[in-house]
Design a protein around this ligand. Structure first.
Ligand SMILES: *[C@@H]1O[C@H](CO)[C@@H](O)[C@H](O)[C@H]1NC(C)=O
Length: 231
């Protein structure tokens, strides 16, 4: 619909979970944006809505539907669907915490609590190292939790979770892409990516990813070293 102007290329809509309508839990990556949507009850279409932090006193209001969008906060009130959406741009770890969506009205305002978690956009603390030789073949094993057996699996180069799916070299939907092949052993909850016709340029970091419907995708990291035949 619209996006943070300075992050045009990375406007991924991150996952948002609306719980029992009273708590919305959202996740975002540092440096990226997060979109927080909150449904409200019909009848409040013309009321002012806002996002606030901390105690939600006058100075805690971050943006309201009566203000212009800023470079940090964008607000959009979809009065047809009765959903208010705020995008927070260029996430920092200090943006993590508790927020409230409010609807201004006489008497007590209506509030919905939002919990925002901000994760570092790199992965992971543990990295498995594997080696192979030029022109050879290597299999990268990516174990996953059995609850994700039906989820999309993928692998990308580098170590940035936020763009991994977009830049995946292979996914469980494609299964074969040039030198990459993905097989999924659903019984043992391990998917394997085989890279054939290895060249020295295939050396480097890879992330195994599993897509989640709720929350951020889960990743494990692999470092591949392809050795030249002569070395
Ligand atoms: C913020 O920007 C979007 C589009 O860029 C617009 O639809 C929306 O009405 C704006 N909100 C305010 C309060 O200016």
């Amino acid at each position: 619909m619209w996006s943070c102007q300075h992050v045009l290329f990375i406007c991924t809509v991150l996952n948002c979970v609306s719980g029992a309508a009273s708590l919305i839990h959202v996740f975002g990556y540092e440096g990226k944006e997060v979109k927080i949507s909150c449904p409200y009850i019909k009848g409040y279409e013309s009321y002012e809505k806002y996002l606030c932090k901390n105690g939600c006193g006058y100075s805690d209001v971050l943006i309201t539907t009566l203000q212009r969008n800023t470079s940090k906060y964008l607000i959009y009130d979809d009065t047809k669907k009765t959903i208010i959406t705020v995008t927070i741009c260029d996430l920092r770890s200090r943006d993590a915490g508790k927020y409230w969506f409010g609807v201004s009205r006489s008497g007590k305002d209506l509030y919905t609590e939002v919990k925002l978690e901000v994760k570092k956009d790199r992965c992971c603390d543990t990295v498995s190292k594997i080696q192979s030789i030029e022109e050879g073949l290597v299999s990268i094993s990516c174990p996953y939790d059995s609850e994700y057996v039906n989820n999309l699996k993928y692998i990308c180069r580098g170590n940035r979770p936020s763009t991994c799916l977009q830049q995946a070299v292979i996914t469980s939907d494609t299964k074969q892409n040039g030198q990459f092949r993905l097989t999924d052993d659903r019984k043992s909850s391990i998917f394997t990516v085989t890279i054939s016709s290895l060249t020295l340029r295939d050396s480097g970091s890879y992330l195994c990813g599993v897509q989640r419907k709720v929350g951020l995708d889960v990743f494990s990291a692999v470092e591949l070293e392809v050795k030249g035949e002569k070395s």
